[in-house]
Design a protein around this ligand. Structure first.
Ligand code: NDP
Ligand code: 8X3
Length: 264
């Protein structure tokens, strides 16, 4: 059914790493034409090249900072110069910063999380919507998280931001009912990407410990789910999907294998 995506225009935010870069390859393999955005332009260029190698007939990229209204406007102007219709918008840019109790939280981390995961998603959606109207089978696919469904200690603002993403998705689904534009959220559990490295501000050892003894989701697993959601027939909308690795039954219920001897 992936042929439904052939030559469709898919715009992916946060396409320079993790889920977004994997999504570029997966939508590319389905024959979609791509517009990729993120702040790290050299990594975006690599993602675009990989998508072309996977089969995308057109994969273009430009700098995008979803936390800046001016950057979003400029990016969408650029996108409008390439196509007058976007079929799939993947609002993926986001992430967490810090893992502290509210009592020790930093304003800058809170602001960044709200800016990217919430306001960025809203800004990009508002700017892209005029390009989606009239596209049969169009879809806005937002990336949420299990964190938006279950709060955990030290994650108040990230959990709150992803809970906002979930409710924004639900409201948008209602607002766009009757337009033919589908709206859904894909909410992953723990997946090994740059997510923890960013959350722990470059502390690679701490980031690795998150996945220790676990067989986590890969970016490709999430990208495959995105392609599946977006390639349903136009009359089918996957409103909400939760995807977790088998080792993670719930946010706090994670099976970890013991370390092999000598690895302490
Ligand atoms: P990565 O850190 O690998 O990717 C995050 C992407 O978001 C990067 O491409 C980054 O690009 C982009 N991004 C961050 N801030 C901005 C910004 N201001 N403007 C534009 N792009 C931005 O992590 P993931 O792939 O894991 O994360 C993707 C999404 O999935 C996020 O929304 C995250 O919250 C969510 N998620 C992740 C889970 C996980 O366990 N990995 C689980 C559930 C949800 P650049 O830095 O170049 O701008
Ligand atoms: C990322 C998954 O559980 O670390 O959204 O918040 S979690």
């Amino acid at each position: 059914m992936q042929e439904r995506l052939a030559n469709r225009w898919v715009l992916i935010t946060g396409a320079s790493s993790g889920f977004g870069a994997a999504a570029a390859r997966a939508f590319g393999a389905a024959g979609a034409r791509l517009l990729l955005g993120a702040r790290r332009v050299s990594k975006l260029a690599e993602a675009a090249e990989a998508a072309r190698r996977a089969g995308s007939p057109a994969a273009e990229h430009a700098s995008l900072d979803v936390a800046s209204a001016a950057s979003v406007e400029e990016y969408v102007r650029w996108a409008r110069g390439r196509t007058d219709g976007i079929d799939v918008l993947v609002n993926n840019a986001g992430g967490a910063l810090g893992l502290e109790p509210v009592a020790e939280g930093r304003d800058q981390d809170w602001e960044t999380m709200i800016q990217t995961n919430v306001l960025g998603l809203l800004r990009v959606t508002r700017a892209v919507l005029p390009l989606m109207r009239g596209q049969p089978g169009a879809m806005i696919l937002n990336v949420g998280s299990v964190a938006g469904r279950t709060a955990y200690e030290n994650g108040a603002v990230y959990c709150g931001a992803k809970a906002a993403e979930l409710q924004i998705t639900r409201a948008l689904r209602l607002e766009l009912c009757g337009t033919g534009i589908r709206v859904g959220t894909l909410d992953p559990g723990m997946a090994e990407t740059e997510f923890s490295l960013v959350r722990f501000k470059g502390d690679a050892q701490r980031a690795e410990r998150v996945y220790e003894g676990v067989d986590p989701l890969r970016a490709e697993d999430v990208a495959e789910a995105m392609v599946w959601m977006a390639s349903r027939p136009p009359h089918v909308c996957i409103d909400e999907m939760v995807i977790k690795c088998t080792d993670q039954a719930a946010v706090y219920k994670v099976h970890r294998r013991p370390r092999p001897p000598g690895k302490d």
